[in-house]
Design a protein around this ligand. Structure first.
Ligand code: 5GP
Length: 183
């Protein structure tokens, strides 16, 4: 679905699918350069990063493998607590591998910092992060993110893999959810 199909549910469109595709193509070119001649493993974080991984990998020209993790972060309501549980672990042994974690969004960065320390303990050859979206609070947590699609304001976004109550993941654009939807 496009933003026009659910315009009453959105306050505004933050990024159109064309803008997202353009930015992903730019990042894919940088990733191609970084990993030329290296054996790259992409780790997508379910469920939100499904669209980013699918589009990023198709825009890349270097070979890579793909694996997935599912994690749940506990918190009160919409607040992240940084207490994280692995719901689905990797199928791949990442020891000695060049690993790129692909995220949909970093808010506080607490979920990501847990994930990074967990993955580092498995001793990959290198570990980098790419996120499509990043909120301002992420700066308060020392997570070194190599590629950021867009820095966004501290508002709740949906679309392009990001949900509200399980919905809107299949929205092709990225939009701000209208308050009447969640109040
Ligand atoms: P963090 O630990 O960085 O605070 O939380 C990151 C997670 O919170 C994301 O993976 C995502 O599931 C959720 N999240 C944070 N901000 C948003 C948002 O604006 N929209 C949606 N749909 N999820 C968000």
């Amino acid at each position: 679905m496009d933003a026009a199909d659910i315009s009453q549910d959105l306050t505004r469109v933050l990024f159109t699918k064309e803008q997202v595709a353009q930015r992903i193509a730019e990042i894919a070119a940088e990733i191609d350069e970084e990993y030329a001649g290296k054996d790259l493993l992409i780790i997508g974080v379910l469920n939100g990063a499904v669209m980013v991984v699918a589009d990023l990998l198709r825009a890349m020209k270097v070979h890579c493998e793909m694996d997935w993790m599912a994690i749940s972060s506990y918190g009160s309501g919409t607040q992240s607590s940084g207490v994280v549980r692995i719901l689905k672990d990797l199928n791949t042994d990442i020891h000695g591998r060049h690993v790129l974690v692909v995220e949909d969004i970093i808010d506080t960065g607490l979920t990501l910092s847990y994930l990074v320390s967990n993955l580092r303990s498995r001793e990959p050859a290198s570990l980098e992060i790419m996120t499509l979206l990043r909120k301002p609070e992420a700066a308060e947590n020392a997570v070194d993110v190599k590629w950021v699609g867009f820095d966004i304001p501290n508002e709740f976004v949906v679309g392009y893999g990001l949900d509200y109550a399980g919905r809107y993941r299949n929205l092709a654009d990225i939009g701000l959810l209208a308050p009447h939807v969640y109040s």
